[in-house]
Design a protein around this ligand. Structure first.
Ligand code: GLN
Length: 477
């Protein structure tokens, strides 16, 4: 039987002929077929993945050089373009739309011989925290099918958590990789803004969006990151970085770790999660790390600022889906061009997306612009300055990923504000562009997993991943 622990071991097993790429793909196709009720995949590329696996096995048997992600089986969130494959952002407005090109991240995966097994369900246009806003229906949490998997990259998280692929890609605008990773008990990493090209990622809020990686362990996340974070002339917001992350399995350094007092004392935070994080901080202190409480009275402004700014950017980004340049065209009779746009967009977009487009237009409208958009920009600036200050005396921030474990399906669906508050601890990293990771470590008495969130200063992705691994190993001891 095919067993996967990590990419390095898989590559060893391939070299020693203990397994093959075909065996790996067959295994994952089987797991996907047996778990259809989770609704994690929008499309599975079975025939094509098997053919690619066969070709890779053949190349290896002929001793041809192998790529860095040779035979690694990967799933993509349905907002990432893969040439000649459908990409719909889980929206009716893009139903049956086919990508004309590869996202740069996908191109880099293919160049290194990864096998793309399918596209994953998500919230429509990546807007949501529960994967319930999808034209394909809700995704279910594999650990408890009555719970949400988190969102918006719920399908990608479930695909890794339920063993349907080795790693997957999602996008993280306000927590959409870290929060579902936390709810499903796996690793979810959002790099520094600008580390991975956004070319070919369907835009939600361009100054926040970043492709993120789901994996079973930190080493696999690093392997994928090194491949997909190559610089790219098609994304001018990319930061220049040419150093590959050199991952050392064993590192035992001592660091200055800050935790945000106002986060840990926030009434929204589940008591058990709070206790577990404090216990972890205590044991890190015993291990010789320096632990510092940090005042963070801006916490209650992060969600409003995030939703004002992202809605504003979304209202602009989504204007291209008008049924003429892109998207669904209404079949009902229209009297003029404006009427045509209205019908196309009213029929094509789901409720939450419409809410955000309207909110975005409202906060950008003259008369309200200064009260909302300018104010939110000012909060963003204050947060950025505060973050720089924190990292002048700390190496990392450690906080929970989410205030609760996975909640019930339908629990928050009708109450957008309570849904937005689920992002209270994750949006900070996107507002400030810093790297952040969710590491699964604990189990709640309700049986669900949860972990912790580590954040580092901009461009300190390598140190963050290295320390995350140290923390995971520490937990195993
Ligand atoms: N839940 C957040 C939102 O709906 C984050 C989404 C994301 O990161 N794509 O905006």
């Amino acid at each position: 039987m095919f067993l996967f622990s990590d990419i390095q071991q898989y590559h060893l097993d391939l070299t020693n002929r203990k397994t093959s790429c075909v065996e790996a793909v067959e295994h994952y196709l089987d797991v996907i077929a047996k778990n259809q009720q989770l609704n994690a995949f929008v499309e599975v590329y079975a025939t094509e993945a098997l053919e690619r696996a066969k070709a890779l096995d053949k190349n290896r048997s002929q001793q041809l050089p192998t790529g860095k992600l040779h035979g690694v089986v990967i799933a993509l969130k349905d907002v990432i373009c893969y040439k000649d494959h459908k990409v719909t952002a889980a929206s009716k407005i893009l139903k049956d739309f086919t990508s004309l090109f590869n996202a740069s991240a996908v191109q880099y995966l293919l160049d290194e011989e990864a096998i793309i097994i399918g596209s994953c369900n998500c919230d429509e246009f990546a807007m949501g925290s529960s994967n319930e806003n999808s034209s394909y229906g809700s995704v279910k949490n594999p650990i408890d099918n009555l719970k949400v998997p988190g969102g918006s990259s719920g399908g990608s998280a479930v695909a890794v958590s339920a063993g349907m692929c080795m790693v997957s890609l999602g996008s993280d605008t306000g927590g959409s990789v870290r929060q579902p990773a936390d709810f499903c008990g796996i690793v979810g990493f959002k790099p520094t803004y600008g580390r991975i090209s956004r070319y070919g990622l369907i835009a939600y809020a361009s100054s926040f969006d970043q492709i993120g990686i789901f994996g079973n362990n930190i080493a696999d996340v690093c392997d994928v990151l090194n491949v997909i974070s190559r610089t790219d002339e098609y994304d001018s917001t990319m930061i220049q970085h040419d150093t590959e992350i050199k991952f050392q399995e064993k590192q035992e350094k001592k660091f200055r770790i800050g935790y945000l007092k106002d986060v840990m004392e926030h009434p929204i935070l589940d008591q058990e999660i709070k206790n577990a994080i404090f216990k972890k901080l205590d044991s890190l202190k015993e291990d010789g790390h320096e632990i510092t409480p940090i005042d963070f009275d801006l916490i209650d402004y992060v969600v409003p600022a995030y939703y004002v700014l992202t809605a504003a950017e979304a209202s602009s980004n989504l204007s291209r889906f008008d049924g003429i340049r892109f998207g669904h065209q209404s079949a009902s009779p229209v009297s003029n061009l404006n009427d045509f746009y209205i019908k196309n967009r009213s029929e094509g977009f789901g409720k939450e997306v419409k809410r955000r487009i309207m909110l975005g237009n409202f906060v950008l409208s003259s008369g309200y612009y200064d009260a909302y958009y300018t104010k939110a920009q000012q909060v963003r600036k204050m947060l950025t300055e505060k973050t720089e200050k924190i990292f002048s005396s700390c190496d990392f921030i450690l906080i929970p990923v989410s205030p609760t474990t996975a909640f019930n399906l339908n629990e928050k669906k009708k109450d957008p504000v309570s849904m937005y508050l689920a992002d209270i601890f994750t949006v900070f990293a996107n507002l400030t562009g810093i790297p952040s990771i969710a590491i699964p470590l604990f189990q709640h008495t309700n049986g669900l997993p949860f972990g912790l969130q580590l954040l580092a200063a901009k461009e300190h992705d390598e140190a963050l991943l290295q320390f995350s691994n140290q923390i995971s190993n520490h937990q195993k001891k």
